[in-house]
Design a protein around this ligand. Structure first.
Ligand SMILES: Nc1ncnc2c1ncn2[C@@H]1O[C@H](COP(=O)(O)OP(=O)(O)OP(=O)(O)O)[C@@H](O)[C@H]1O
Length: 285
């Protein structure tokens, strides 16, 4: 049985007269402790998918289930890391994590809590920056803090909504390695949204492309059969890595071409209307 499941989901925004159908019959099954990367074009519904999995949105039809039960309200069992960090700017690194930990583990004693928070700060290599405010951190450090705060509440499921897309290439690859290192120690079920094929191949067990919207679905899946730990320096010479990267990229290009063809076919032919030219003046008695 799937651990996290999107079962034949329809979901749209807006009133019936002006509705945008984001998903029609979208299905996704994620096994416990599996790392799935969902890859898609801009506007296809990636953030909406995370909102549905997190319980922030409810499907119009179909079901979203976690461990066999309908996904309820957002809660600490589902940890979401957004692209824009969503940190509290007036709280320090320590304070941001502490707030989340206090909410979820209200019975934890002071000393234990201090050690617990420090463990997560160390885990994401923010040691020494405990009392800095988010505004005093680099983008990569803020994203690390956001990740530490989410990991510290020990969610069953980790939902990562393009967490690395705002970062420069070097910081991005460092954080990819860091997320994988943490995941290998402290296994969780992960759904990560990305628009980067390489990132998906390096990090995930399985890659599931999202077809372009409207009425997006989760398309053909690609299993990533590469041993872990994956060393990015040698992967570039690995034929299986190159083949998979090409296969996924080719599939994404074909999805894009199909969507463009469909959009052209949907354009309505306009009637051949000729402008009316005024005739001779007629006087009515
Ligand atoms: N609150 C809303 N009301 C109406 N339409 C919305 C709303 N939120 C999203 N949409 C529309 O739903 C579609 C999917 O949006 P979503 O943000 O999930 O896409 P995305 O794949 O995450 O995009 P991007 O990669 O650009 O962030 C888009 O066409 C968007 O315009």
């Amino acid at each position: 049985m799937a651990y996290l499941e999107l079962d034949n989901v329809d979901f749209g925004f807006g009133p019936p007269s002006n509705r945008y159908e984001v998903f029609e019959g979208a299905s996704l099954s994620v096994e416990q402790n599996e790392f799935v990367a969902v890859i898609g074009f801009s506007g296809s519904g990636k953030s909406t998918l995370i909102s549905l999995l997190a319980g922030l949105e409810k499907p119009d039809r179909g079901a979203v289930r976690l461990n066999g039960k309908p996904v309820g309200e957002p809660g600490p069992d589902k940890g979401v890391v957004f692209q824009n960090y969503s940190l509290l700017p007036w709280l320090s690194v320590y304070g941001n994590i502490e707030l989340a930990v206090k909410q979820v583990f209200s019975k934890m004693g002071r000393g234990e809590r201090r050690d617990y928070i420090q463990h997560y700060i160390d885990m994401v290599s923010l040691t020494g920056s405990e009392w800095k405010l988010p505004g005093e951190l680099s983008g990569g450090m803020r994203q690390r803090l956001s990740l530490a705060r989410t990991l510290a509440i020990k969610p069953e499921v980790l939902l990562l909504d393009e967490p690395l897309s705002a970062l420069d290439a070097l910081t991005r690859s460092q954080l990819q390695d860091e997320i994988i290192r943490i995941w290998e120690v402290d296994r969780r079920t992960v759904v990560m949204i990305t628009n980067d094929v390489d990132e998906a191949v390096i990090m995930a067990d399985r890659i599931v492309p999202l077809t372009p919207g409207p009425a997006a679905r989760l398309g053909k899946e690609f299993k990533v059969c590469l041993d872990r730990p994956r060393d990015r320096a040698t992967l570039n010479f690995n034929p299986a890595f190159k083949q998979l990267r090409n296969d996924v990229t080719r599939y994404m290009v074909s999805l894009d071409q199909d969507a463009r063809r469909l959009a052209t076919a949907r354009e309505l032919p306009l009637p051949d209307i000729k402008p009316v030219t005024p005739g001779p003046r007629v006087s009515i008695a």
